[in-house]
Ligand binder design. Structure first.
Ligand code: SAH
Length: 367
């Protein structure tokens, strides 16, 4: 990345000014503008994506994540295709338009097994399928797209190469910042493409955050997921965050408010994206995190549909929220949306940007 960040203006102020802003009245203007833009551009529907965390096996050793290979304290699991399909049926029964299949970077996930699973979901339901399986080979990504997968989600986590390299020991033979190249491949294959960052990673400065936002804009994404970094005591970063932090006044905080600021800014700069109220954020504020996210730029919720006995094992960070454990909880969630005058989305909740691009391509091929 260039050393100077392009610092775009949002509501007549530089992004960095917003990131340092503390005054309640000023921030209210930002929240209000982001909420309004979301309603005007992507609409008042809130799309439900049923999250199925189907494997916590991981070959990577990311310093922040509880699933890292070096964490021998967690029990590892991988759901069978049948178990996953039961979760998929729950998504259908609850009227969701999408399932998100997420896992650690599981080396034993085979190309064929995953292709069969995606194909079956596409043949037997009307659901859109999002994959979030980490860095996979181009061949795998291509086959899963052919099998019918609609979307791929992979965060670049931070645009600061130094911080990135320190936190993500690369696999043998891979370039350190492989994710950016892969995101290009994912886009070329025609997936709706999602990425994002963690806010408040030890070592991340405010200038980094401006560059992160710039990169999110440049990548021209369909989905952007933003969550605070949460300390996991079983990880190197969690055991000794101070060792990785930068000077106090430069270090970005991993507070709820900082994350809302980034969400609101991103909604104003990339108005067409689909943006979830992330689990990490709603873990910080179980009571009103969903409401605050939805009124400050988010338009997607991702309830966890993983079978109850496995949820606690997908421990990327401790005490993950688990807002929906049964049908009663879903009813409560719908009531919370009603209070905000938002309604659950119907259909797959496709990306507007993706749809616009396809139209443009069709028009230019006709001309
Ligand atoms: N294996 C997939 C999915 C990883 S989990 C992949 O690599 O893309 C999804 C996201 O959880 C990660 O991209 C990361 O941004 C987030 N995450 C992991 N550990 C976290 C932590 N300690 N605090 C907050 N978010 C975390």
């Amino acid at each position: 990345m260039d050393s100077m960040a392009y610092n775009p203006y949002v509501l007549d102020r530089r992004v960095s000014d917003w990131l340092y802003e503390k005054r309640f009245e000023a921030l209210s203007v930002l929240w209000q503008a982001a909420g309004q833009t979301c309603l005007e551009v992507v609409g008042s529907e809130v799309h439900f994506r049923g999250l199925i965390e189907f494997s916590n096996h991981c070959r990577r050793n990311c310093l922040y994540c509880g699933l890292r290979a070096g964490n021998h304290r967690i029990e590892r699991y991988r759901l069978s295709a049948e178990q996953i399909f039961t979760c998929v049926q729950t998504a259908v029964r609850l009227g969701m338009g999408t399932v998100v299949l997420q896992s650690g970077e599981d080396p034993d996930l085979s190309l064929e097994w995953m292709s069969d699973l995606v194909r079956r979901i596409k043949q037997e339901t009307n659901l859109s399928v999002t994959l979030s399986l980490g860095e996979r080979s181009e061949k795998e990504l291509e086959h899963w797209r052919w099998a019918g997968a609609d979307r791929y989600f992979m965060r670049f986590e931070t645009s600061n190469l130094h911080v990135y390299n320190r936190l993500h020991p690369p696999l043998c033979g891979r370039k350190p910042f492989h994710r950016l190249e892969l995101l290009k491949v994912i886009k070329r294959l025609g997936y709706e493409t999602g990425s994002g960052i963690m806010v408040g990673l030890p070592g991340q400065t405010h200038e980094d955050l401006v560059r992160d936002i710039e990169l999110l804009i440049r990548l021209d994404l369909d989905m952007i997921g933003l969550g605070p970094w949460l300390l996991h005591p079983g990880t190197p970063l969690g055991r000794n965050p101070g060792r990785y932090c930068t000077r106090f006044e430069r270090q970005v905080s991993n507070l709820e408010e900082t994350t809302y600021k980034v969400m609101a800014i991103v909604r104003l700069l990339c108005p067409m994206v689909n943006m979830p109220a992330t689990t990490a954020l709603t873990t910080l504020n179980r009571k009103t995190g969903i409401e605050l996210s939805l009124t400050r730029g988010a338009n997607v919720i991702m309830p966890d549909l993983t079978p109850m006995e496995y949820r606690k094992l997908y421990e990327i960070y401790p005490a993950k929220t688990d807002a929906c454990q049964d049908d009663g909880d879903f009813k409560k969630l719908f009531e919370r949306l009603e209070k905000l005058k938002r309604r659950p989305g119907t259909g797959p909740g496709r990306s507007m940007r993706h749809a616009c691009n396809l139209k443009t391509k069709e028009c230019s091929s006709q001309n």
